[in-house]
Design a binder for this molecule. Structure first.
Ligand code: FES
Length: 103
């Protein structure tokens, strides 16, 4: 089972916003979708594009490099050219702190 590390105050990411953090040497993107927080690795599984720089659209993030889309809740690749899912990490909010799963 993973442990959790504090990366920020949850209030730093408003609804519809995202932010990039480094957890254990891995860059991750945390997104606030209508008050629920989701976290994925900041690396597109197609060709390493910086997902954190992509647009959010309807629960998905769009890779800025070639337009692949990933479901933020599951990490599933939902549009080519990516077909492998991106890694997801659990997020917890505790006393207003944003905690990310780490290994
Ligand atoms: S690197 Fe993300 S779609 Fe190609």
């Amino acid at each position: 089972m993973g442990t959790f590390v504090k990366v920020d105050r949850a209030s730093e990411i408003g609804p519809g916003e995202k932010k990039i953090y480094e957890v254990d040497g891995i860059l991750v993107v945390v997104v606030n979708l209508d008050g629920e927080y989701y976290c994925i690795e900041d690396v597109c599984t197609h060709d390493g594009g910086p997902l954190g720089e992509g647009d959010l659209d309807d629960g998905e993030i769009v890779c800025p490099r070639h337009g692949a889309r990933f479901d933020l809740r599951t990490g599933a690749a939902v549009k080519l050219p990516a077909f492998e899912p991106v890694a997801t990490y659990e997020v917890k909010v505790q006393d207003g702190d944003l905690l990310i799963e780490s290994y």
